[in-house]
Design a protein around this ligand. Structure first.
Ligand code: 6PG
Length: 247
């Protein structure tokens, strides 16, 4: 695949604005071409600025929310009202502020099942049903991702079995080294790499070493899982701030 597009932004605010503009463009194109826009949101804290921008009066009118379907790239196995819940963060910062988004268009991970593997299986079924894709790999129109200081993305952590899974859409993922120390579920590389567009949002100098490795093209997926995101035919873009890009 071609080298990723890297856009160096002044700061996290510019990352959010550029990401919001790309979200709007992708949503418009998908609605025209397919009548729906399927997006996987990222967890962590970086996406919050993007969410608040999309929920602002400047942006809410730019998206046909009734044609948007919201999924999650990964989720912590905690209650949805837990401060560590990725769904809870998206709800607070975006979903609760979109009256035009039908509630049925949001597909959170069920985190109240017996074990993380049950949550993963349940979400895989929900994905297959939502995409009407019961054999192949569903193609998201847009997957938003972050980058951990340790090179992880979604909940694909260094050295973990989930990195080599090719026959599942969603798997359980034990806690990584970064907080919070809770079980998770994550989309697998086949799903991430089937996306029509993948957009990394990376801010802060702590991310600089991992980002440099991933962008170098030399990083191993085992040590820097984000390097395993190589969309087969989709676009790959990194929106990074100067601090993460090394000044
Ligand atoms: C998660 C996220 C995770 C996140 C990175 C970056 O559930 O933790 O999906 O992959 O994107 O850890 O997190 P920050 O944006 O908070 O730095």
């Amino acid at each position: 695949m071609p080298s990723p597009e890297v856009v160096v932004c002044q700061d996290a605010d510019e990352i959010a604005r550029r990401a919001a503009d790309r979200f709007v463009s992708a949503a418009e194109a998908a609605a025209v071409e397919r009548g729906r826009f399927a997006v996987a949101l990222s967890g962590g804290s970086t996406p919050e600025k993007l969410h608040r921008m999309l929920a602002s009066p400047e942006y809410t009118g730019k998206v046909a929310w009734e044609q948007v379907f919201v999924f999650f790239g990964d989720e912590r196995i905690v209650p949805h009202d837990d401060p560590d819940s990725n769904y809870g963060m998206a709800k607070r910062t975006l979903l609760d502020h979109l009256p035009a988004l039908p509630p049925g268009n949001v597909v959170p991970v069920s985190t109240d099942l017996a074990a993380a593997e049950d949550c993963a299986s349940s979400y895989e079924t929900a994905l297959r049903d939502a995409f009407h894709e019961h054999n192949g790999v569903p193609a998201f129109d847009l997957v938003l991702l972050g980058l951990g200081d340790d090179g992880h993305t979604a909940s694909l952590f260094p050295g973990r079995p989930a990195l080599s899974v090719t026959d599942r859409l969603v798997v359980a993922s034990p806690p990584g080294v970064l907080p919070p120390p809770v079980d998770r579920v994550t989309l697998t590389f086949p799903v991430l790499n089937a996306a029509r567009a993948v957009l990394f949002l990376v801010a802060g100098e702590k991310k600089a070493p991992a980002l440099r490795e991933v962008l170098s093209g030399r990083a191993s997926v085992e040590t820097h899982p984000a390097a395993g995101v190589r969309p087969a035919s989709g676009t790959l873009t990194f929106l990074v701030d100067r601090a993460a890009h090394g000044g």
